[in-house]
Design a protein around this ligand. Structure first.
Ligand code: ATP
Length: 360
């Protein structure tokens, strides 16, 4: 395994700047996710890390080796593609062996290593099965075995689960994490599925327009987004405009009192070094699950409205609440004991720790 760094990568395709000074630092043995909206540059960044694309400027470093211009097979990295790129007319074993044959590895060693790779993905005994007689999930495992057989230090995965049905996707999330960890690999994984990233990643980077806008653990990014873009992209959130009234607390985390069309809010700042002064226009972000019904009469962090509609999901229920100025609030109640009717009045509140104040 190797640490991987991408330093200030720029990559343009004609008029399109796919990467714009993108930098990431991935630690040895980490499963790291690249996440962002379609076209934000995550595949281009992965391809630069893989050696399938050479950046116009910037460096890619594995451990202490500058690999920016090295071809993929000299980087000790293996890539798993969304399409799997398997040969349907060949057997499972032949597909997995292919990379080793190209490298002129002796036959006996090829056989041992193919068996070892098939065991890693729990496909022992499938050597002779034709690819087109394997299920989608099994084909995914063959694609993983083919990557693992070259004994890479880094495993690069480009939307590897998007061709699988929902149940298999869940199962393969655990499998891919196990394979990366059991084999001491450094994994870099591209997806636009935020739930996949939150549930699998050690850390992740969120990209926007070719730039890395935030990097951190899943819970740090979910709980402490530093921009409205990240707050809205990772999970759902309620965003409202407000104006800073005063600073409440100035230690590690800055507390702010802000006023809005919906009343006063008390929340915290997550963006390091940002010190908005009184009168600054800001955005208030509150996750749907952070709002709950409350009749205690506390005057701040309060939202009043009427239930507009609901979606019952068993473990939770999601309501849309019509608030002042026709604003629609999303709220989620977990383990719901009662189901509220449309039109019902509701008063909601959020703990200040769950209220994030962001740059407008
Ligand atoms: P998606 O989630 O849709 O796959 P992405 O975040 O992976 O998107 P990229 O595939 O990296 O985004 O593309 C970033 C930008 O660069 C897009 O505007 C895309 O159209 C452009 N782009 C990527 N590859 C090429 C190419 N080979 N030729 C021209 N433009 C390209």
């Amino acid at each position: 395994m190797d640490a991987i760094r991408a330093e200030s990568l720029v990559k343009e395709f004609g008029q399109t700047r796919a990467l714009d000074q993108a930098s990431i630092a991935i630690e040895k043995g980490e499963l790291f996710f690249l996440l962002g909206a379609s076209g934000c540059g995550k595949t281009t960044l992965l391809r630069c890390i893989a050696g399938l694309e050479i950046p116009d400027s910037g460096r890619v470093v594995y451990g202490d080796r500058d690999v920016t211009k090295l071809p993929t097979h000299k980087r000790e990295a293996a890539m798993v593609f969304q399409s799997y790129a398997l040969w349907p007319h060949m057997s499972v074993g032949e597909n997995v062996a292919f990379g080793l044959e190209e490298r002129k590895v002796p036959r006996k060693e090829i056989n041992e290593r193919v068996d070892e790779a098939l065991a890693m993905v729990h496909l022992e005994g499938y050597y002779d099965r034709r690819i087109d007689h394997m299920s989608g999930g099994q084909q995914q495992r063959v694609a993983l075995a083919r990557a693992l057989v070259v004994r890479p230090k880094c495993l690069l995965l480009d939307e590897p689960l998007s061709n699988l049905d929902a149940k298999l996707r869940l199962e393969m999330r655990r499998e891919i994490r196990r394979i990366v960890k059991d084999n001491n690999l450094t994994g870099v994984y591209v997806t636009h599925d935020q739930e996949e990233a939150l549930s699998m990643a050690d850390r992740m980077a969120v990209l926007d327009a070719g730039r890395v806008v935030q990097m951190g653990t899943p819970d740090a990014i979910y709980r402490n987004p530093t921009s409205s873009h990240v707050a809205g992209f990772i999970g759902e959130t309620n965003l409202i405009e407000a104006t800073v009234d005063r600073i409440v607390r100035d230690d590690d985390e800055l507390g702010l009192r802000v006023s809005s069309d919906f009343g006063e809010f008390h929340g915290r700042i997550t963006r390091k070094g940002w010190r908005p002064s009184e009168g600054t226009k800001v955005l208030v972000s509150i996750r749907p699950e952070a709002l709950h019904a409350d009749n205690s009469g506390v005057p701040i962090n309060r939202v009043r409205g009427q239930i507009k509609d609901r979606m019952y999901l068993g473990s939770n229920i999601q309501y849309r609440v019509h608030g002042a100025g026709d604003h629609l609030w999303s709220i989620t109640e977990t383990n719901p004991h009662i189901i509220r009717e449309n039109g019902e009045e509701i008063v909601l509140t959020a703990d200040p720790i769950d209220v994030t104040i962001l740059k407008a």
